[in-house]
Design a protein around this ligand. Structure first.
Ligand code: FES
Length: 166
């Protein structure tokens, strides 16, 4: 599947162009079983999150209830209905990570970034979330920065990770 990106002369995709792209994505997936999650992933890639009016558009175009779209978007922690920061940090609080210091890592991040879990820094740089098991239990505690998994995180490593995001 090839999705073309059209842009206005300022280099940014307009709202109408984003919507057209989403409609084309939905058409490309038409008839494929279980495509809602994949479509929402692509939509989140366009907007950075899942605005409610776009969830409504997906619902109309896929001919499914908006409650189903909303249900999926709120069930999976990797979807967000709020704008996120440039870097989304997800601290694993699954059992292995929790017992090896995951909660302390989350606490340090709330202090260092000055936001609660679920929040975004005022400069829109970082969003902080927690999740359960990211499949790196052997090297706990682990966390993710956007799509990258960070293993054996400790306070020193945490400083380096945040510095890398500058
Ligand atoms: S419990 Fe954290 S990676 Fe599995």
């Amino acid at each position: 599947m090839e999705v073309q990106i059209s842009q206005c002369s300022c280099g940014k995709e307009t709202e109408a162009e984003k919507r057209e792209r989403i409609i084309r994505i939905i058409e490309d997936f038409r008839g494929r079983e279980g495509s809602l999650i994949q479509i929402l992933h692509l939509v989140q890639g366009i907007y950075g999150y899942l605005p409610f009016e776009i969830q409504q558009l997906v619902s109309e175009r896929m001919d499914i209830p908006v409650s189903e779209v909303y249900g999926v978007s709120t069930f999976y922690s990797f979807f967000s209905s709020q704008p996120r920061g440039e870097y989304t940090i997800r601290v694993c609080l699954g059992t292995a990570c929790y017992v090896r210091g995951g909660a302390e890592i989350a606490k340090r991040l709330t202090q260092t970034l000055g936001v609660e879990v679920g929040g975004t820094t005022p400069d829109s740089k970082f969003s902080l979330e927690v999740m359960r098991c990211i499949g790196a239990c052997g090297l706990a505690p682990a966390m993710m920065v956007n799509d990258k998994v960070m293993r054996q995180v400790n306070p020193d490593k945490l400083k380096q990770i945040l510095a890398m995001c500058d």
